[in-house]
Design a protein around this ligand. Structure first.
Ligand code: HEC
Length: 264
């Protein structure tokens, strides 16, 4: 006879009612805490890339850094303004895509009417001058002088969070998150749910957590690891939530038809 049968794992449903309820309430508090920290995370990373909401680029910005393309390049590539002829559009884009020459070629005399300053004066200033008026005017973003244009011409870099902060954050997150899943996994196998199922879910969550934590560092070099941060984090949260739910249900569902009579 194997040791497991002579010395069986204690079962949650055999515990006294009040103990089971305590386990259920504590597990709910734990899961509630995770929901709150998920919301906090969404707020925290929200605007890193300047786009509303938590996007993959917010996370990428935090762990890897991202470059935000120049608003001028973005606008021109998006087909703004609509009536700009293709030739002028590509001349401006060629100029913008060579940032080292930005100032020099801006009003290069040799370029004549093709000098960026001329192209902008003819095609943009009707709307983008400080005193521009009219239904389509946009004097909020003036393009009159090189000083107006330069900040919009360069692409911005979002630097990743420093290694100090990553290390500090990991030092608090990794042990706590690991211990929580460890406890949930152990309590989880004491439920009436199939042990193999609880084991599998816990294992997936554990591997997810490991991948997430490792990817915090790996993503600095290679931003494909950002997917491991998101995927690993998701696997961990899903596993924590599922095992937590199994525990809560097991605590609340009475042990029907038990013959041992130790249901209290
Ligand atoms: C007919 C008027 C009009 C013309 C001509 C025009 N724009 Fe605009 N532009 C707008 C308006 C209105 C907006 C704001 C709404 C939007 O983004 O479409 C805008 C927005 C922009 C923005 C985004 C500013 C921001 O909020 O970051 C850039 C960059 C820009 N324009 C560049 C140009 C350039 C370069 C040209 C010339 C090649 C040009 N525009 C010509 C009306 C114009």
């Amino acid at each position: 006879m194997s040791k497991a049968t002579t010395n069986p794992m204690p079962r949650l449903c055999q515990l006294p009612l009040l103990v089971r309820w305590s386990v259920a309430v504590l597990t709910l508090v734990l899961l509630g805490g995770y929901v709150v920290s998920g919301i906090h995370m969404a707020w925290h990373y929200d605007n890193r890339d300047g786009v509303e909401g938590l996007t993959l680029d917010d996370i990428r910005g935090h762990y890897h850094g991202v470059s935000v393309p120049s608003p001028l390049i973005d606008a021109l590539e998006a087909g703004h303004p609509e009536d700009l002829p293709d030739r002028e559009r590509s001349l401006l884009l060629d100029w913008l895509n060579d940032p080292t020459n930005l100032a020099m070629s801006f009003d290069d005399f040799d370029l004549g009417d093709d000098a960026p300053a001329e192209l902008i004066a003819v095609n943009c200033l009707s709307c983008h001058a400080r005193n521009a008026t009219g239904p389509d005017a946009y004097p909020q973003v003036p393009l009159e002088y090189f000083d107006d244009i330069q900040p919009l011409a360069i692409s911005r870099e979002i630097n990743p969070t420093t290694t100090d902060i990553i290390a500090m954050s990991q030092h608090t997150h990794a042990p706590v998150m690991a211990v929580i899943l460890l406890v949930l996994g152990l309590v989880g196998v004491m439920t009436r749910a199939p042990k193999a199922l609880v084991g599998l879910i816990t294992l997936i969550g554990a591997i997810g957590l490991g991948a997430d934590m490792a990817a915090w560092w790996l993503a600095r070099q290679d931003d494909t690891w950002v997917y491991a941060i998101v995927g690993g984090g998701f696997a961990y949260s899903a596993a924590t939530g599922l095992v937590g739910l199994i525990i809560v249900l097991d605590c609340l569902i009475p042990a029907f038809g038990r013959s041992s009579g130790d249901e209290s």
